[in-house]
Design a binder for this molecule. Structure first.
Ligand SMILES: [Zn+2]
Ligand SMILES: [Zn+2]
Length: 272
């Protein structure tokens, strides 16, 4: 059994929980430690039992609470070597035995019950990665902060039972919105973030390949709404004959679960 829950997801902070009976991990810790502890408590989890924090990259919305949380709960942190270098000033000080570095090309590594596969994503950070996790005969992927969906990403994410997928912005809101021109260019560029349309395209591919649960995450506060993100992906799936169910549980036939992972609170808990 795997338990999967977005505690926080969005441009102001990201932290995702994934657990089996024996191993519980966080992917990113981009809210302050108190918020993360509260969200864990709300889903019945104890911060002391977190086996590891895995970072995707060094931007503040992914690492903000990592140092405090790790020092308080003696949690090991995993990140690519280049992410470690870039994140160190924010995370330090941290005991040597709590620091684990890897390269995305290293292949699978093990954390308790989980086999972990990282893979590179195109984003304006030192060495950003996304992850796919294998445990209990299930595969779960967390894919946010990417300028585009590369062939490598497809290879690793296809076949997942559940995916947390970035659906960052509505293209029109971004174009007409308040961001200065260079920032607009950054967000929609090849090292920026996926739009709702791009997320919908990838979600369709994944669902056609058997994915049953999609959480749309990392929504922009300024350039998106949960309704726009949800309707982009749901309409795409409907148009291709898929039905949407509300409960994030394993569904059969042409039904899938799609929902938006919230910025401010924990989202539904998926049990797979
Ligand atoms: Zn980022
Ligand atoms: Zn981010």
């Amino acid at each position: 059994m795997m338990k999967f829950c977005s505690l926080y997801s969005g441009s102001h902070g990201n932290c995702i929980f994934l657990g089996t009976d024996h191993t519980k991990i966080l992917i990113d810790a981009g809210m302050n430690a108190k918020h993360i502890e509260n969200a864990l408590a709300a889903i019945g989890e104890n911060p002391k039992e977190i086996s590891a924090i895995l970072l995707t990259h060094e931007h503040m919305d992914h690492i903000q609470g990592a140092g405090v949380f790790a020092r308080k709960h003696k949690t090991p942190i995993y990140a690519t070597f280049a992410t470690w270098e870039a994140a160190a000033p924010c995370i330090a000080p941290l005991a040597e035995q709590q620091r684990f570095g890897f390269n995305p090309s290293d292949g699978l590594f093990q954390i308790g019950d989980f086999q972990v596969q990282s893979f590179s994503i195109s984003h304006d950070a030192a060495d950003p990665v996304a992850y796919t996790f294998y445990a209990a005969d299930r595969q779960i992927s967390i894919v946010t902060d990417l300028g585009f969906v590369s062939q490598e990403i497809r290879t690793f994410v296809h076949g997942s039972d559940a995916v947390l997928l970035e659906s960052n912005h509505d293209k029109e809101m971004l174009t007409k919105g308040p961001y200065p021109w260079p920032l607009k260019q950054r967000v929609r560029g090849p090292q920026g973030h996926l739009s709702n349309e791009e997320a919908a395209e990838f979600a369709l591919e994944l669902v056609q390949d058997g994915t049953k649960i999609i959480f749309l995450g990392h929504l922009s506060q300024n350039n998106n709404t949960p309704e726009l993100a949800l309707s982009a992906t749901c309409e795409k799936l409907y148009a291709h004959g898929f039905g949407i169910l509300n409960a994030p549980e394993i569904v059969s036939g042409p039904f899938v679960h799609v929902s938006v992972a919230s910025q401010d609170r924990q989202s539904e808990v998926a049990i797979l």
